[in-house]
Design a protein around this ligand. Structure first.
Ligand code: AMP
Ligand code: GLY
Length: 420
């Protein structure tokens, strides 16, 4: 089978790595890919936001199965275009992708199906929003409705911060994404992520994870796309996960099916856990990055069979086969990230690292130049390891980090601390 993966980050390297382990995979193409992906797959130059271009490329290259990595092409309807051309595609329709692309949509779905989530109100005008903030007081959470590359949420600890966030959003700092604002009750608890494959009807849990969003050790400093992650998430016990399935995920999937827009793909439920109960923080409609890296290292080759079953509506009766183990990934980022950073610095030492089903360095922002690997992004490498305990996975990951020679990069040294 010929497979096309859309995307070029650490998430897509991990997907490509897992897919490639499976003997069903004949030819693997990733668009645009990166230097790490180029070592295991063909990289193609393709506008992944353009559904028609993706279909033409897939047809020209006899692609049988398209896997969409990031949210932006899903929100742009690329999966719809691929399916309309008669090709198997992993990833939700544009309508179902609103679970990530519109906070107000998700809130309305939760209302309709009774899924527990933060109390909220929606606003399209500044003055009533300000009044609401003053009534509710802080802490309070202000969210731009649309996709804002992870920057559209302000957890305001004071009323002044909340009012400032409203000013930013209504003055157009987030463009269209901020034309509508959702104001939410602040939820206390511990966050964890629950990953589920859905084929429109059947829901199959494929793992839990926790990430570290803040740039600094001890979870301090500005927010980032994620500085590391581990799986499983101990806080999401089997009992809490089962309850979250019954109260949040299955009702959501049933509600989308009822609306005639079934969800097909991976549902990434961000949960807030407190007193043995989970409430929904948000949905994403794609794998987390870097959470995907730890999930793929644990799932291995079966990932392709599961994604295919998902795309074909054949998840009923399937189970994910888990080794009883742990995986952890450390993100290496360019100095300065999440602020401004230098590009083009050289990374050495990667060739001497172990590369097997227990150790993988997934590339996020890299390119190959004259036989050298250089950094091209903020988050650059995902140093990932598996072990029988989380401590073992952590020790293996940091041993690899120590073998990487990249003076212009940094990482957090405490990934996994909450669970250890
Ligand atoms: P989101 O983009 O919705 O994931 O929000 C980003 C982060 O903001 C989440 O991962 C939480 O840490 C935090 N957050 C969002 N909504 C809430 C809420 N209602 N209460 C507390 N924290 C929240
Ligand atoms: N690591 C958080 C995300 O992928 O949204």
């Amino acid at each position: 089978m010929n497979i096309l993966i859309l995307g070029g980050g650490g998430r897509e390297h991990a997907l490509a790595w897992a897919v490639k382990q499976n003997p069903k995979c004949d030819r693997l193409i990733v668009a645009p890919g990166n230097a790490g992906i180029a070592a295991i797959a063909e990289c193609a130059d393709l506008d992944i936001m353009d559904g028609a271009a993706v279909v033409t490329f897939a047809e020209e290259n006899a692609v049988d199965f398209v896997i969409v990595g990031p949210e932006a092409p899903l929100a742009a309807g690329v999966a719809d275009a691929v399916r309309a051309a008669g090709l198997a595609c992993f990833g939700p329709s544009q309508e179902a992708a609103k679970l990530e692309a519109s906070k107000a949509f998700t809130k309305a779905v939760c209302d309709a199906c009774g899924a527990p989530t933060a109390a909220y109100a929606r606003f399209t005008e500044a003055e009533p929003a300000r009044r609401y903030v003053r009534e509710q007081g802080a802490p309070i959470v202000i969210k731009a409705d649309g996709l804002a590359a992870g920057k559209g949420v302000v957890v305001a600890m004071t009323e002044a911060e909340a009012l400032e966030a409203l000013d930013d959003m209504f003055s157009g700092a987030f463009g269209e994404a901020g034309a509508e604002v959702v104001i939410e009750e602040f939820m206390e608890g511990e966050e964890a992520s629950f990953f589920l494959l859905c084929d429109g009807e059947t829901v199959l849990p494929i793992g839990t994870a926790q990430d570290h969003k803040r740039v600094g050790e001890g979870d301090t400093g500005p927010n980032t796309g994620g500085m590391g992650a581990y799986s499983p998430a101990p806080v999401l016990t089997d009992a809490i996960a089962e309850r979250a399935l019954d109260e949040i995920v299955r009702p959501t999937v049933a509600e989308l099916a009822r609306r005639g827009t079934p969800f097909q793909g991976v549902l990434y439920a961000g949960l807030m856990i407190r007193d043995g109960q989970a409430r929904l923080v948000e949905y994403n409609v794609r794998f987390g990055d870097p959470e995907c890296q730890v999930l793929m290292l644990r799932l291995g080759a079966q990932a392709l069979d599961l994604l295919l079953a998902c795309a074909r509506g054949e998840l009923a009766g399937r189970k994910a086969q888990w080794a009883d183990d742990h995986a952890l990934t450390v993100v290496m980022a360019a100095d300065g990230y999440p602020g401004s950073y230098e590009k083009g610095t050289e990374i050495k030492g990667l060739d001497d690292l172990p590369e097997d089903s227990f150790h993988m360095v997934f590339h996020a922002g890299t390119a190959a130049r004259d036989g050298r690997i250089v950094a091209t992004g903020g988050r650059v490498l995902n140093v990932t390891a598996r072990g029988t305990t989380l401590a073992e996975a952590q020790a293996r990951a940091y041993a690899m980090v120590d073998g990487i020679d990249w003076p212009q990069g940094f990482c957090r040294r405490d990934i996994g601390w909450r669970a250890l």
